[in-house]
Design a protein around this ligand. Structure first.
Ligand SMILES: [Zn+2]
Length: 363
């Protein structure tokens, strides 16, 4: 027969509380226990006290004392449990050193910037000065002084992006300081090449000249596999007494072999208004070693840059004496170099900034 005495009910409740308390691990668990056992309206201990009328009169005093002891014990146990929980918690602002660290993503140098740095390094070792210039240019520096007067047919070779309205002064930004006021004219176009800076430099600096001008240039081209309306160029200029075509070829051999490894270099006659004679420079195809393949369109050669001996008319425009000095100029496209160097067959990839593409290049 089960023990149904009031004392037994008290001990059952005590045991029940102990079991529940040992399973409690949060403030919320303790609050639930508090409510369940001690709530004035529905707590189990309160309910037990209400049963006092059912207890024989001679046992009521003892029963009341036992229930009160139980109530005090539960209160004390809950207070201690709360204190223990608080003590086990880390102080405010503490760092949990067991948490996994945050992943650090490391940026990469864009392939075009990497190629530009390599080209700049090569020319700096050869004693060239690196210059930048304004991207919005005036007609005089972009065309006229480079032997392309307004009606010159060669202007059609470079489909130009013109501004909706000329910009007069004050728009040259960081380059303003490098350009004397006398050289600032109303800008009417986005530069089609960085050669404009060659004119600005020669107008303010006597020969000898050895400069490299890297930067963005703009043409009215539609976006396709091999064209973008904005691309990156490095143009160079060397002027001095006794500079010959042999210097031009020697410079490109040294530069292209540092850039591409063991390649052969050849010159092919070409035409640019600002150079005479003009030459396209080719390197032997690395994919097939010169025997012919898809990359080189089965010629064994890859066109890499345009160049030539500076036209006397350009020297006259800047006040140099063409009887005394000669020089050569060249322009090399960074996209072209990067495409050949890294085997990229779509120029648009350089400007889409898709991380799946960019992350393939070394850090
Ligand atoms: Zn080939």
């Amino acid at each position: 027969m089960p023990d149904t005495s009031p004392q037994s009910a008290i001990e059952t409740l005590r045991a029940d509380f102990r079991a529940r308390l040992s399973a409690a691990s949060t403030d919320r668990d303790l609050k639930i226990l508090d409510d369940e056992f001690l709530s004035r309206k529905s707590g189990s201990v309160t309910a037990l006290l209400k049963q006092i009328t059912a207890v024989p009169a001679d046992q009521r005093r003892e029963f009341g004392a036992l229930v009160n002891t139980l109530k005090t014990d539960i209160e004390t146990a809950l207070t201690e449990a709360r204190a223990a929980l608080t003590a086990s918690r880390p102080p405010a602002g503490a760092v949990d050193v067991t948490l996994p660290g945050r992943e650090i993503t490391i940026g990469r140098i864009h392939p075009l910037m990497r190629v530009r740095q390599q080209v700049e390094d090569i020319f700096m070792r050869m004693g060239y000065e690196i210059l930048e210039g304004p991207e919005v240019e005036d007609d005089y520096h972009n065309f006229e002084a480079l032997n392309m007067p307004p009606d010159h047919p060669a202007r059609d070779m470079q489909d130009t992006l013109y501004l909706a309205a000329p910009i007069v002064g004050g728009t040259w930004g960081a380059h303003r300081r490098a350009i004397p006021d006398a050289q600032v004219r109303a800008a009417t176009l986005l530069r089609t090449h960085t050669s404009a800076m060659q004119i600005r430099y020669m107008k303010t600096t006597p020969p000898p000249v050895r400069i490299l001008v890297p930067g963005r240039v703009y043409r009215r081209d539609n976006l396709d596999l091999s064209h973008t309306p904005m691309f990156q160029q490095c143009e160079g200029l060397v002027v001095g007494e006794g500079i010959t075509l042999a210097d031009l070829k020697g410079t490109f051999e040294a530069m292209l072999q540092q850039l591409f490894g063991d390649v052969k270099v050849r010159l092919r006659p070409s035409f640019f208004p600002y150079t005479e004679p003009s030459a396209e420079v080719d390197i032997s195809c690395q994919s097939c070693g010169g025997t012919g393949c898809g990359t080189c369109k089965h010629t064994g050669w890859l066109e890499i840059l345009g160049s030539g001996m500076v036209h006397p008319a350009v020297f006259e425009a800047v006040g140099y004496d063409p009887e005394k000095v000669t020089g050569f100029a060249f322009g090399i496209g960074m996209e072209r170099v990067a495409m050949l160097k890294y085997g990229v067959d779509d120029i648009r990839l350089f400007y889409e900034n898709d991380l799946r593409f960019l992350e393939q290049f070394p850090l």
